[in-house]
Design a protein around this ligand. Structure first.
Ligand code: ADP
Length: 501
């Protein structure tokens, strides 16, 4: 037993990664699958594509590395969160395509719930804000719009799940004895789960009109919940770790103590801070979420979470929209060709502003242009905008948690950009640290599975293995930091309330 197999089911691709006992990547397979956009604002995945691509890459990584299934100690699962599936328990057939987290079709329903004054009650029970992003209103939409779905659901014929539950069910046998289970970190993104009582919440089920009969059982993020069908991978492998992608990345970054935080720089940014066994209610419109949960009887670990919509996507816009760079990494050299942005600020509110401003009417704004402004200043302003948005979330988190944040652990595609990481340390005023292994999401799932299977002994062993690639120390003083953040806030104010729709 020398390996852990991590299944990382993402929004655009499914990946399978084998980790060896030292936590190193021993093999990786990846496969993209189709995205469906049937109407503006709608995003769907074929549930069959999700399952087949995930199974394919799992088989592929075993084949390409020559590792026999019997050498795999356990399987861990991490997944795109909130994406909503509903299937027939008897046939295993989905009743419709999966509604992806990005899908906005239930935005009007969410506006109604907010207008009716339900926000406080929802935040108290679930830790979330009412938004189309989460699974609850997506599931209600399926029950209301797929012919016959509601009555079949009430009779217990249909099963609801996020992607983790769909994979677990299929891996453990599907209609033939499959386990219908969701891990607590994923459950905490549904709007249906009470994060204090760690159980489905009757009040939320009534509010969103969801029959209990569709719900999976909620299981710990760590510990055996079932075994894969032997015919699928060549042996019946225990599934012993499951967490949503951002929570898994937090685990993979070994943020085990309260006050430890990580930020992932992908298309958007996701920052999570461990708040230990207390579920801290945000006063700054951050989310409170289950980070991971151990066996029944042990207290779960909670996190505060804040997201930035446009991070790496701002760089994509420089490449594809403005066409001032040919590839994303080129932005670093271009931005470094000028000493500063010349007081130019880019507020990338292309789709509105997320935490902590939450302004759906804000739009992208470029201010401070002069005759001397060049594409290099714009590129530099774009990188600064990523760092400054993250600083806003970081500030809100520190205020909410009343915990000192000693450093920020980073990962994701854009964390490879040294200039951006230096800017980040400067505007945060704390060191930014980048690990050697930036496959933190899959590593986190592997770590949960490895602990759950007794393959690794404890969090200390995992913390000790977290290895530094590079540490970025703040190079500017407190006065300059305050001045930059204040100037940025002026630019943000100018972006607000622009869209009239
Ligand atoms: P996702 O998982 O959201 O697809 P990734 O973690 O793969 O994201 O990161 C890709 C994102 O990072 C893209 O938006 C890309 O523009 C950005 N990116 C990649 N390399 C760099 C770089 N060197 N500097 C800045 N941004 C980068």
């Amino acid at each position: 037993m020398e390996y852990i197999l991590a299944l990382d089911q993402g929004t655009t691709s499914s990946r399978a990664i084998l980790f060896d006992r030292s936590g190193r990547v021993a093999g990786l397979a990846q496969k993209e699958f189709p995205q469906h956009f049937p109407q503006p604002g709608w995003v769907e995945h074929d549930a069959g594509d999700i399952w087949r691509s995930q199974l394919d890459v799992a088989r592929q990584v075993l084949r390409s590395t020559g590792v026999p299934a019997r050498a795999v100690a356990a399987v861990g699962i991490t997944n795109q969160r909130e994406t909503t599936l509903l299937w027939d328990r008897r046939t295993g057939e989905p009743v419709a395509r999966a509604i992806v987290w990005q899908d906005r079709r239930t935005a009007a329903r969410c506006d109604e719930l907010v207008a009716a004054g339900h926000s406080d009650r929802v935040q108290r029970a679930t830790g979330l804000v009412i938004d189309a992003y989460f699974s609850g209103t997506k599931l209600a939409w399926l029950l209301d719009h797929v012919p016959g779905a509601r009555s079949r659901a009430e009779k217990g014929e249909l099963a609801f799940g996020t992607v983790d539950a769909w994979l677990i069910w299929n891996l453990t046998g599907g209609p033939d004895g499959g386990v219908h289970a969701m891990d607590a970190s994923n459950a905490s993104r549904t709007l249906l789960f009470n994060i204090h009582r760690m159980a489905w919440d009757d009040d939320m089920l009534a509010l969103l009109d969801i029959p209990r009969a569709v719900l999976p059982k909620v299981v710990p993020s760590c510990g055996e919940l079932g075994r894969t069908r032997a015919s699928l991978l060549g042996a019946a492998l225990p599934i012993t770790g499951v967490a949503g992608d951002q929570q898994a990345a937090t685990f993979g970054q070994a943020c085990f103590a309260p006050g430890m935080a990580k930020n992932t720089y992908g298309t958007g940014c996701f920052m999570l801070m461990n708040t230990g066994t207390s579920a801290v209610a945000s006063r700054n419109r951050l989310l409170t979420t289950v980070a991971w949960a151990g066996p029944r009887g042990t207290a779960p670990c909670y996190a505060l979470e804040g997201g930035v919509f446009m991070a790496g996507a701002t760089v994509q816009w420089l490449r594809d929209g403005l066409q001032i760079i040919r590839s994303a990494p080129e932005v670093e050299q271009l931005a470094a060709s000028v000493p500063d942005s010349g007081d130019v600020y880019l507020v990338p509110a292309f789709t509105g502003l997320g935490a902590p401003d939450w302004d759906g009417h804000a739009r992208g704004t470029l201010v401070g242009l002069t005759r001397g402004t060049t594409r290099a200043h714009v590129a530099r302003a774009a990188l600064e905008a990523i760092a400054l948005q993250v600083a806003d979330v970081f500030g809100a988190m520190a205020r909410d948690a009343s915990l000192p944040l000693a450093e920020l652990r980073v990962d994701g595609g854009a964390s490879a950009n040294d200039l951006l990481m230096q800017m980040q340390a400067d505007v945060l005023g704390v060191p930014v640290v980048r690990p050697e292994v930036t496959e933190t999401t899959a590593l986190g799932a592997a770590c949960l599975a490895g602990l759950g299977a007794g393959f690794w002994q404890g969090a200390d062993e995992l913390s000790a293995r977290w290895a530094l690639d590079r540490r970025f120390e703040p190079l500017i003083g407190a006065d300059e930091r305050r001045a930059r953040l204040a100037r940025w806030r002026e630019a943000v104010e100018r972006s607000r309330g622009w869209a009239r729709d």
